[in-house]
Design a protein around this ligand. Structure first.
Ligand SMILES: NC(=O)c1ccc[n+]([C@@H]2O[C@H](COP(=O)([O-])OP(=O)(O)OC[C@H]3O[C@@H](n4cnc5c(N)ncnc54)[C@H](OP(=O)(O)O)[C@@H]3O)[C@@H](O)[C@H]2O)c1
Length: 229
């Protein structure tokens, strides 16, 4: 069997890097992307020969087009796309003070970028025998449960990302498209006090990428279990 080819966005650190490490450990070939070449190249040195680096700024259309062309030229197909990149610009923010600028910048990275990256990669995914897209969302975007006030721009972007997952899953019947939440993890975004390790957070990404049934699509998961929207 051919080794699955997995591309992860924003993966030189944090949950993305840990997911890349787990994909490599399970026999995949990974394309670690980042807008920071030096950090990205350092990351693939740590991951070994099954990893390559590709420069990709997910908010830059030309960078997305160039990355898709480079994957096509080097691999000819893509099996798994992990839209991992996100920004958290308003951790202390309140909705009543939220500026249009912060909301727009958040949506640009957390919602529009996963759409554009997926659109660019679809032709390569369609050359895979078992294509999958994983959108790294967050419990912060859940509509169920008690309403909260934390990080409104980030939370709104993750709710919208979940609808992107639903829409993509319907628009791409041959591709398994799912959202997942890593839980609160110790990364630059999560901070040192988070209760979970990046290893725990990344496990469901790797599971959705390599092990979940191909028929699993349009879902939202944490710890390999369905999560309420
Ligand atoms: N950590 C948590 O507790 C937690 C909880 C729920 C969900 N999540 C989600 O898990 C995912 C990973 O989070 P994390 O904790 O690993 O965060 P992180 O350490 O802050 O990593 C985010 C990554 O995104 C990259 N990035 C941001 N903007 C980019 C752009 N325009 N182009 C390319 N890369 C860009 C960052 O690189 P730069 O240095 O270039 O900015 C970094 O590599 C995110 O989707 C996050 O929302 C995390």
């Amino acid at each position: 069997m051919k080794a699955p080819i997995v591309l992860l966005t924003g993966a030189y650190r944090g949950i993305g890097f840990e997911a890349a490490r787990q994909f490599v450990a399970h026999g995949a070939r990974v394309i670690v992307t980042s807008r920071r070449r030096v950090r990205g190249e350092a990351a693939i040195t740590q991951l070994g020969p099954r990893a390559v680096f590709l420069e990709l700024d997910v908010t830059d259309g030309a960078s997305i087009v160039a990355a898709a062309a480079a994957v096509g030229a080097q691999f000819g197909r893509l099996d798994v796309l992990v839209n991992n990149t996100a920004v958290l610009l308003d951790p202390e923010g309140t909705l009543l003070d939220l500026s249009g600028e912060v909301l727009r910048a958040t949506l640009e990275t957390n919602l529009i970028a996963p759409l554009r990256v997926t659109q660019a990669m679809v032709p390569l995914l369609q050359r895979s025998a078992a294509p999958r897209v994983i959108n790294v969302a967050s419990g912060a975007g859940q509509l169920s449960g008690v309403p909260g006030t934390w990080a409104p721009a980030y939370s709104i972007s993750k709710t919208a990302l979940n609808m992107l997952t639903r829409q993509l899953s319907a628009a791409l019947p041959g591709i398994a498209v799912n959202s997942m939440c890593p839980g609160w993890c110790r990364t630059e975004m999560g901070g040192p006090d988070a209760p979970r390790s990046p290893e725990q957070g990344a496990d469901t990404i790797r599971w959705l990428g390599l092990e979940a049934p191909q028929s699993t699509t349009g879902g939202f998961f944490r710890d390999r279990l369905p999560l309420e929207w």
